[in-house]
Design a protein around this ligand. Structure first.
Ligand SMILES: [Zn+2]
Length: 82
C-alpha cells in the first residue's frame, strides 16, 4: 500500500486534494505545486488546514485518486431494455 502522508506523496502518486467549504457550498483543489515549491512538500496531510478564500472558514479535505485514462473499451453497464 503506497504511503499518502504528505503533499509530496500525493503529487508523486498522481493524487489531488479536494477542498470543500460547507459555508459557501463550494469545491476547490489544493495547489500542490505551489505548496511543494514553498517548502511545504513534507507537510502532513492530516495536520494541514486550509481556509476558504471567500469566507475564511476551515474547509474539509478530500483525497482524490488519479482518474483512469479513458480507453476505447465498451461500457459494461447497459441501458435496460424492456
Ligand atoms: Zn467559504
Amino acid at each position: 500500500m503506497p504511503k499518502l502522508a504528505t503533499f509530496l506523496d500525493l503529487q508523486c502518486q498522481g493524487h489531488t486534494l479536494g477542498l470543500y467549504c460547507a459555508t459557501c457550498d463550494r469545491w476547490g483543489e489544493a495547489d500542490l505545486d505551489k505548496l511543494i515549491e514553498s517548502g511545504r512538500g513534507n507537510g502532513s496531510l492530516v495536520d494541514a488546514r486550509f481556509r476558504c478564500t471567500d469566507c475564511g472558514t476551515l474547509v474539509d479535505k478530500q483525497l482524490r485518486p488519479p482518474v483512469p485514462a479513458i480507453g476505447g473499451a465498451r461500457a459494461y453497464i447497459r441501458t435496460a431494455v424492456r
